[in-house]
Design a protein around this ligand. Structure first.
Ligand SMILES: Nc1ncnc2c1ncn2[C@@H]1O[C@H](COP(=O)(O)OP(=O)(O)OP(=O)(O)O)[C@@H](O)[C@H]1O
Ligand SMILES: Nc1nc2c(ncn2[C@@H]2O[C@H](COP(=O)(O)O)[C@@H](O)[C@H]2O)c(=O)[nH]1
Length: 204
C-alpha cells in the first residue's frame, strides 16, 4: 500500500516572500515536493505564465469551479478570487508525493479544517516596515492595493498562532533552511521509516 504524501501549506502576508522562498526551496536538489498551481481571477503580472504561475480565470469560470466543488479551498483576497484545484492535490497525495501549497491565511484555515494532518507553516516578516518595503519595492501593486494588502497583513499576522510553525523570512536562505528542517522533522515524526520496517517484518 502506498503511504499518502504530506500536505505542506506555506502561508503569510502578501510580500513577506512566500514565492521567493518557495522558488529557492524547489531549486534544491534534495527537496522532493510537488507545487500545487492555484487558480485566480487576478490579471497576470508581467512575466507571469498561465499554467506555471497560476491558472488565470475569468470570474464566471472561477465561480463555476466553486459550484462544481473543484477547489479544496478558495478565498476572495483584495478583490480577486484565489483557490486550490482539488484533483491535483488529492491525486498527488494518493501517489505518495508531498504537495506544497502557497496560499493566504483564510484559505490555509480552510485547508486545516479539511486536512488537520497537514503541516502548516506561517512565513513572518522581520517587521511590518520591512514587509511594506518588500511590497513597494516589488513594484507590482498600486499605492491603493499596497495599503489594502498591508491592512489584510495585520489581520493575517494576528492568526499566526493557528499554524504549526512560524518561520521568519529574514534572509531567503535562512527561511529555506528552516522550512527544510521542519519538513524533514515532520517526516521523521510521522514515523515513515518505522512504517517501512514494520512492512518489511510482515513480509518476513
Ligand atoms: N528575505 C528577503 N529579504 C529581502 N527581500 C525579500 C526577501 N524575501 C523576498 N524578498 C523580496 O520581497 C518581495 C516580495 O516577495 P514575494 O513576491 O516572494 O512575496 P509573496 O509573499 O509571495 O507575495 P504575494 O503573497 O503578494 O504573492 C520581492 O521583491 C522579493 O524579492
Ligand atoms: N487562499 C488562496 N490564496 C492564494 C492562492 N494562491 C495564491 N494565494 C495567495 O493570494 C495572495 C495574493 O497573491 P498574488 O499572487 O496576487 O500576490 C498571496 O497571499 C498568495 O499566497 C490559493 O490558491 N488560495
Amino acid at each position: 500500500m502506498i503511504e499518502r504524501g504530506l500536505l505542506i501549506v506555506l502561508s503569510g502576508p502578501s510580500g513577506v516572500g512566500k514565492g521567493t522562498v518557495r522558488k529557492a526551496l524547489f531549486e534544491q536538489e534534495d527537496i522532493k515536493l510537488q507545487y500545487s498551481i492555484s487558480a485566480t481571477t487576478r490579471r497576470p503580472r508581467e512575466g507571469e505564465v498561465d499554467g506555471v504561475d497560476y491558472f488565470f480565470k475569468e470570474r464566471e469560470e472561477f465561480e463555476h469551479m466553486i459550484e462544481n466543488k473543484k477547489l479544496l479551498e478558495w478565498a476572495e483576497y483584495v478583490g480577486n478570487y484565489y483557490g486550490t484545484p482539488i484533483d491535483y492535490v488529492e491525486e498527488t497525495l494518493a501517489s505518495g508525493k508531498d504537495v506544497f501549497l502557497e496560499i493566504e491565511v483564510q484559505g490555509a484555515l480552510q485547508v486545516k479544517e479539511a486536512f488537520p494532518e497537514g503541516l502548516f507553516i506561517f512565513l513572518a516578516p522581520p517587521s511590518l516596515s520591512e514587509l511594506k518595503s518588500r511590497i513597494v519595492n516589488r513594484g507590482t501593486e498600486t499605492e491603493d492595493l499596497i495599503n489594502n494588502r498591508m491592512r489584510v497583513a495585520k489581520e493575517e499576522i494576528e492568526l499566526m498562532d493557528a499554524y504549526d510553525y512560524v518561520v521568519e523570512n529574514d534572509k531567503v536562505e535562512n527561511a529555506c533552511a528552516r522550512i527544510q528542517a521542519i519538513v524533514t522533522a515532520e517526516h521523521c515524526r510521522r514515523d515513515r521509516v518505522s512504517a517501512r520496517y514494520k512492512r518489511m517484518l510482515e513480509v518476513e
